[in-house]
Write a protein that binds this ligand. Structure first.
Ligand SMILES: C[S@@+](CC[C@H](N)C(=O)[O-])C[C@H]1O[C@@H](n2cnc3c(N)ncnc32)[C@H](O)[C@@H]1O
Length: 286
């Protein structure tokens, strides 16, 4: 995500906002600029940001012109629109937002009084940009993440469905890696949908009596091999979010009559389960 924060001097408010948002979201590209940039970032802005553990001393005021022609997901103006004319940006922007903050640049009084004015504006910036992060950035990331998970679920759902009628499933629209499990103790043919990309039980040093948690267990291929390693005194839990995979895995358990292996749904239960597991294997999309 690309975000541009604009005010006039790009010395105080937009620099504090840039620093705070970068601190919250180092994974995104955050910029700030002004229509009439100052020579340097305000030393008071640097000082009050340092008080909350954010270092903005290496940020530099920039002219908004250098961003014209670039694409941004958000353009946020932070000028005090009651007293100032907010900058106009003509670049390509998906969403424009305005958050008005008083300009602390001309604050007068003792050093402490000036710093207090900066602290007040900093705290307002922190509050407003935390809300912005929740309502816009985190929401967008969740939507993108959910979309990705749905694609993964659909793909594995199709693999599980097609493999119930045909040997290796319909692999014409995706690539699957295949490892040979056939010689493994505990191997269950109906659980093997040729999805293995490396056999995790080879490296997991699983011992008799262990409890193994397999994240992304599919139809149970790795779980059944792990079950042979933990023995009747151990336990295996397979976790998957694709219903079709779980259905196949559970059918295999019923058919084989095992009582120390079970398959559960959803990643939200991981915390609960890892407390009791001595070992976990993972093949999931986070
Ligand atoms: C590569 S397959 C592994 C299958 C199994 N280990 C085997 O060898 O057959 C990955 C499995 O992880 C599941 N999965 C992917 N991301 C997940 C997530 N975030 N939560 C739960 N299951 C997930 C998929 O539904 C799929 O069944």
């Amino acid at each position: 995500m690309r975000i541009l924060i604009l005010c006039t001097g790009n010395s105080c408010r937009s620099q504090m906002a840039e620093g705070f948002l970068k601190h919250l979201h180092p994974e995104h590209e955050i910029f700030s600029a002004g229509t009439n940039p100052a020579a340097r970032v305000s030393t008071h802005a640097i000082a009050v940001m340092k008080e909350i553990g954010i270092d903005i001393h290496s940020q530099i005021p920039e002219n908004v012109n250098m961003y014209t022609g670039q694409n941004f997901d958000y353009l946020i103006t932070v000028c005090d629109n009651a007293k100032q004319q907010c900058p106009v940006f003509t670049g390509n922007v998906k969403q424009r937002l305005h958050m008005g903050f008083e300009d602390p640049y001309h604050a007068t009084g003792s050093e402490e009084e000036i710093l207090n004015i900066y602290r007040k504006v900093r705290d307002q910036i922190v509050k407003e940009f935390t809300e912005f992060s929740k309502n816009h950035i985190q929401k967008a990331m969740k939507t993108a993440n959910d979309g990705l998970k749905n694609i993964v679920k659909e793909k594995y759902g199709n693999i599980a469905k097609s493999s119930s009628c045909c040997c290796c499933g319909d692999t014409s629209t995706y690539t699957v890696f295949s490892d040979d499990y056939k010689q493994k103790e505990g191997y269950v043919k109906d659980a093997d949908l040729s999805l293995g990309c490396g056999i995790p039980t080879n490296d997991a040093a699983i011992k008799k009596g262990d409890t193994v948690l397999d994240l992304g267990s599919g139809a149970g291929n790795d779980c059944f091999v792990a079950r042979a390693l933990v023995g009747s005194e151990g336990k295996v839990i397979g976790l998957d979010f694709t219903d079709e995979m779980l259905e196949k895995a559970r059918k295999n358990v019923i058919k084989l009559g095992f009582s120390n292996i079970r398959f559960v749904k959803e990643t939200s239960r991981i915390c609960l389960l890892t407390v009791t597991a001595s070992m976990w294997l993972s093949a999931i999309a986070y």
